[in-house]
Ligand binder design. Sequence first.
Ligand SMILES: Cc1ncc(COP(=O)(O)O)c(C=O)c1O
Length: 397
Amino acid sequence: MDIKLLDKNDPLLPFRKRFKLKKGVNYLDGNSLGALPRGVTKHVQSVMKKEWGVGLIRSWNEAGWYDAPVRIGAKLAPLLGAKPHEVIVCDTISLNLYKLLVMAARLRPERKVILAEKGNFPSDTYIVESVARLLNMQVRYEGEIDETVAVHTLSHINYKSALKQDMALVTRAAHEKGSLIIWDLAHSSGAVDLKLDACHVNFAVGCGYKFLNGGPGAPSHIYVAEQHLNAIDQPLSGWFGHKNPFAFDESFEAVSDIRAILTSTPQYLSLASFEKALEVYDGVSMQAVERKGQALGDVMIALYDEHLSAFGVGLETTRESIHRGNHVSFTHEHGYKIVQMLIKQGIIGDFRAPNIMRFGFNPLYVRFKDIYDCVMAIKKCLDTKSYNEMTMQGIVT
Ligand SMILES: Cc1ncc(COP(=O)(O)O)c(C=O)c1O
């Protein structure tokens, strides 16, 4: 395998320059917190100095703060395969999932089951179970979808195994039984070539701080298919979802577009960071992003076969690139210490209990060389047992 040639022929390599990456750091955790794009620091500083410092409250209108959730949603929409008026940027995944679940259940009042996913990100499960308690519904984690199911919710790409679901197929199966579907796109938005409209998805929720590089705690996004836009009935009906927020009406009347998803005053500094970060996708083909993500994973798995499998390292991720997102997970009994050892050397991946070493690759800045260096460092660590120098600090056993 000629790693140098793979990098030389990579059409996305020039986009790496759009990020501020420190020399000596091999960043393989963009699936948890994306790297800092160039220009974001300056932009947020300018928002603070000029728009806040000078413009003060006038900036809600004059600097476009008020319209930001809708404006930024429209900019993000092409990356999701959605129309501009179907996407809005606000709040967090968990909060948005809560809104969408209640909203979906209200659209199917005669049905009493939420079909959820075993092994999904725990926060999604906590929210699903809370909604079920609130609405007197049942949660099912197994079995086929049937006419009792109001809504099916699952991750498009699993946070541990990177297993990628067939969005068109699963959505069609839900619709055949009259159910609605909500996809969690936490590991998909900005990472793979999404086609929400073409797959006839009802609702989706995604993340701003992972592959989209919006910064720590960057706002999440919600997709509501056009057919549902004029009937949004979500449970956190705050003033920003009102038809006329500044009339200060005593009673709530939802606006009849995507803004009905909003609850409160937009967190503008985070939105500003996220909006500027989206510029790294200017001129980028999501097909090329998906293709490179698959190639990076294929290379990592081939190197695993050659160098790591003999050391008792397990492969938690599927070998089939069309069913895999942009991370590869290995298992090892000393996984935590190995990851700590790599971090000490500037190779930043992460650990997920009980024994998963997870390496994510944003195709816009990760090179094939980075994958190679990571696998070789794991091999050395196992060969020399240098992980024994690390402690289990921070882990509750
Ligand atoms: C798949 C998935 N869903 C949901 C969440 C929770 O996101 P938030 O903290 O924005 O609620 C995460 C966070 O990493 C995640 O990976």
